[in-house]
Design a binder for this molecule. Structure first.
Ligand code: FES
Length: 162
C-alpha cells in the first residue's frame, strides 16, 4: 500500500515552535522527539535538520536516535493503532489466524496505515496477558479470547473500536 512520507496538513509552524521551546528550555534530544511525536503521532522527516541545528548536533546523530528507538515512529500512524500479539501463547491459540483476519479486514500488512490514517497495524511479541490468548490491542484497550467472530465485530463493515 502506498505511504506518503509526510502526513497531509502537517503543521510545520507548530514544529518550529516546539523546537524553539525545546532549545530555550534546554530539553535533551529524546524528550523533544517525544514531544513532537505526542503532538503529531510520528517524527516527520522534516524535523531532523532543524532539531540538529537547534541542539548543536549532526543530523546523522538525530536520525540515529530516531531510528534506534522503536517507540519513535518515522511514518504517520493511524488514529487507532492495532497490535496483534504473535507471542507463543497467542500463537498456539490461533493468533496467526487472528492476524490474517485483521489484515483482511483492514486491507493492511504489518507496519502499514490505511490511506485515511484511521488504522495502523502492528504485531507485538507478547502483551503480557497470555491467559486471555489470543489477544489484540487497539489503542490502549486489550481484547482477549479473540476469534473470527470478534474480529468481524471489531473491524467489520462500518465498525471501529474505540
Ligand atoms: S503471548 Fe500473547 S499475550 Fe502473551
Amino acid at each position: 500500500m502506498p505511504e506518503t512520507k509526510t502526513k497531509p496538513g502537517l503543521n510545520l509552524a507548530r514544529i518550529d515552535e516546539l523546537i524553539t521551546e525545546g532549545r530555550e528550555q534546554k530539553w535533551a534530544l529524546i524528550p523533544l522527539l517525544q514531544k513532537i511525536q505526542e503532538e503529531f503521532g510520528y517524527i516527520p522527516p522534516e524535523v531532523v535538520q532543524p532539531i540538529a541545528r537547534a541542539l548543536g548536533l549532526f543530523p546523522a546523530q538525530v536520525q540515529g536516535v530516531i531510528t534506534f528507538y522503536a517507540q519513535l515512529y518515522t511514518k504517520p500512524q493511524g488514529r487507532k493503532v492495532v497490535r496483534v500479539c504473535r507471542g507463543t501463547a497467542c500463537h498456539v491459540r490461533g493468533g496467526k489466524t487472528i492476524l490474517k483476519l485483521v489484515k483482511q479486514h483492514l486491507g493492511l500488512e504489518e507496519g502499514e496505515t490505511t490511506p485515511d490514517y484511521e488504522y495502523t497495524l502492528e504485531t507485538v511479541a507478547c502483551i503480557g496477558v497470555c491467559a486471555l490468548a489470543p489477544n489484540i490491542v487497539i489503542g490502549t484497550t486489550t481484547y482477549g479470547h479473540m476469534n473470527p467472530k470478534k474480529v468481524a465485530q471489531l473491524f467489520g463493515e462500518g465498525k471501529g473500536a474505540e
